[in-house]
Design a protein around this ligand. Structure first.
Ligand code: ZN
Length: 493
């Protein structure tokens, strides 16, 4: 698997850029800090002789010209050479593929730190959640993420202000759907989350943050049905959607309460957990339900039908579970290790190892992994809206951006074709956000949010890692430079 590590580096060396008359920055609005990462800044750009994966699930189309003008996709034509012209960049992209910018739907702007973590996997309470305001937006953009939901915020004012700075061209990063503070019940593992005191508190919390500009909400593991109901009603009144990483409320209960989305595939549904009591999280937190839910059986069929009937999306977050999926997994990419602080790297290696004294898990995690993949595929096949994100927290081995790419690869493991997997990670997210008229696919008239990768992800999905250029609103960002700028910093700020 070493080729996974090195392919990106060689691609950067061989990138055949044919600048004609270029480099004149089109966007005086971009700050110097952002300009530093701009490789293509003319108002007109023509990607010539490029393979197009359009994000709709359609097969790749060979040898196309994609014309970008004033931030939008102006035309998609059959491939041809282009004469140089004023204020136009012409790129010869033979051997490259263009696909839509990733729409990351379970992406965070924070890190989870475990104080004094040791080789027995012990750490001191409390876990703390530091903001990654500097590194995360750059890592996302470098990997091709052009729009993302923060999926639960810890420093909500920070995230709202960051969104403004990015949109104003002052800082590099993707477009943000800022999620309000986690809507958590009366107890929580995380000190930094609000602890709701009842439905009225849930309503007030939603209204307070909606007034301040958040555009989504996320309910968390110990919320009660009454609190969730109040939160959903208040959010829907404002046209804002609610997702949940649930435990105290089952998937079916949440669907019937009107939730819009459920996180973590089918890993955290608790409806068949033994000892599940209403409004309380079960000890198994969903594992028993997943083990019991045969994808071909009546429980799964009934659940999937309920979710689809209530228009509930499911967010696949496979990278955060992959560490438990069994052997034969590729090593973490060198570029991802390079992005971490030495301390984050050390924690990653500690968390990766199972201490010999640890008791064997009750349910084989490899079995749960397989079940979830089957259920996610069955849900999408039945017509459910499956969206995707990496959940870059957990064990330290899922990083912003790198995790988004890995999620696409794991969807292929779940049985999606490569172009279907790309659709889940791009157009489906745009549909969920109600932004599919503007983003999510390579189509004339849409925003030029595009990723240029070396190779052909429709044949070899790991080519999604070979990012060369990321266009956001028609401006082409240098992936390698963005990565360079955060080297050794992820885990710190
Ligand atoms: Zn998460």
């Amino acid at each position: 698997m070493a080729s996974r590590i090195f392919s990106g580096i060689f691609a950067l060396l061989s990138f055949p850029v044919l600048f004609s008359l270029t480099i004149e920055a089109q966007s005086p609005d971009l700050s110097k800090a952002v300009q530093e990462f701009v490789r293509v800044g003319t108002s007109k750009v023509v990607l010539t002789h490029v393979r197009v994966i359009d994000g709709t699930g359609a097969p790749a189309v060979e040898d196309q010209n994609v014309v970008i003008e004033a931030g939008k996709i102006a035309a998609i034509q059959s491939g041809g050479d282009m004469p140089a012209a004023d204020n136009t960049t012409v790129l010869d992209l033979r051997g490259y593929t263009v696909m839509p910018g990733i729409v990351g739907m379970h992406n965070h702007l924070f890190y989870i730190a475990r104080p004094n973590l040791n080789s027995r996997r012990h750490f001191d309470d409390p876990v703390v959640v530091p903001q990654m305001t500097f590194t995360a937006p750059r890592l996302y953009l470098a990997a091709g993420v052009t729009t993302m939901r923060t999926t639960g915020s810890v420093e909500t004012y920070n995230d709202l202000n960051l969104k403004k700075e990015i949109d104003a061209g002052k800082l590099p990063g993707p477009h943000l759907d800022v999620t309000g503070p986690y809507l958590e019940g009366s107890t929580s593992y995380f000190l930094q989350m609000p602890h709701l005191t009842g439905p009225e508190d849930a309503r007030q919390t939603v209204e307070y943050w909606a007034d301040r500009g958040v555009t989504s909400f996320k309910a968390y593991m110990n919320i009660t049905r009454a609190e969730l109901k109040a939160a959903i009603e208040a959010a829907h009144k404002r046209g804002i959607k609610v997702t949940g990483h649930l435990c105290s409320v089952t998937y079916k209960e949440a669907a019937e309460l009107g939730i819009d989305d459920l996180e973590h595939g089918f890993f955290v549904n608790t409806q068949l957990d033994a000892e599940k009591k209403p409004d309380a999280c079960s000890k198994s937190a969903g594992e028993e339900t997943l083990a019991r839910m045969d994808p071909a059986g009546p429980d799964a069929k009934d659940l999937i039908a309920t979710l689809i009937q209530h228009h509930v999306a499911i967010t696949s977050t496979l990278p955060v579970f992959e560490g438990d999926a069994g052997g034969g997994r590729p090593p973490l990419r060198q570029q991802a290790l390079d992005a971490m602080t030495p301390e984050a790297r050390e924690d990653f290696f500690l968390l990766r190892q199972r201490p010999p004294s640890a008791p064997a898990p009750k349910i084989d995690p490899a079995v749960l992994w397989k079940r979830d993949l089957e259920l996610e595929h069955a849900f999408a096949t039945a017509g459910g809206l499956l969206i995707a994100g990496p959940d870059p927290t957990g064990r330290g081995d899922v990083l912003p951006g790198f995790g988004d790419q890995r999620e696409i690869e794991l969807l292929v493991e779940a049985g999606f074709s490569p172009v279907e997997a790309i659709k889940v990670a791009t157009l489906n997210g745009a549909i969920y956000l109600g932004r599919d008229k503007q983003i999510g696919s390579v189509a004339t008239g849409k925003n030029a949010d595009l990723v240029v990768v070396k190779g052909d992800p429709s044949k070899q999905i790991s080519d999604v890692e070979n990012v060369e250029l990321v266009f956001k609103d028609g401006v082409g960002y240098d992936s390698k430079k963005l990565l360079e700028s955060v080297k050794g910093r992820y885990g710190q700020y």
